[in-house]
Design a binder for this molecule. Structure first.
Ligand SMILES: [Fe+2]
Ligand SMILES: [Fe+2]
Length: 162
């Protein structure tokens, strides 16, 4: 059984790289949209992902660890690729997968908070739960965006989100 500390570090390393992929994907996406409240909100979500990445990075440092180089490269590439894809694909798929990712992110931060609680890191617990809350807001936003789309029932059956 890995220790609570090792488990926390692992989740934070995943989250840290996940945030860069999300941030770049959102950047690509809002840039592909015309001025609208949706564009403004996704731009704001990008900012919130950078903020998460900064906070997660600080906790990793406090734990005497840091990002994983290979994971960073892979997720950076994923983010850039998704970002570019938004300019060529329709809006539904990127929005659907963004929502689904967000639902996983909030669970990830909640799991991390449990390990931080085991370690008595109260400030870290609060910070992680706050990030989980923001991820839930992101998920809610994307849920609203895709609601009522004709492809949604099929995607829900295959990928289980919404
Ligand atoms: Fe995030
Ligand atoms: Fe998010």
């Amino acid at each position: 059984m890995p220790s609570a500390r090792d488990s926390l570090i692992l989740i934070l390393q995943h989250a840290y790289s996940g945030e860069v992929a999300a941030a770049y994907a959102y950047r690509g996406h809002w840039k592909s949209l015309k001025d609208s409240p949706e564009k403004t909100r996704i731009r704001e979500i990008e900012e919130e992902e950078w903020d998460h990445r900064r906070r997660v990075g600080e906790w990793l440092e406090k734990l005497g660890s840091g990002p994983r180089k290979t994971r960073e490269k892979v997720f950076w590439t994923i983010g850039r690729t998704l970002g570019v894809t938004c300019h060529v694909s329709g809006w539904f798929m990127p929005m659907y997968f963004a929502g689904r990712l967000e639902s996983q992110n909030s669970v990830e931060y909640e799991d991390a908070a449990k390990f931080a609680a085991e370690l008595g890191m109260d400030e870290c617990v609060r910070d992680l739960l706050d990030m989980a809350r923001v991820e839930l807001e992101h998920e809610e936003f994307f849920r609203t965006v895709v609601a009522g789309h004709p492809l949604l029932p099929m995607m829900k059956r295959v990928f289980g989100w919404s």
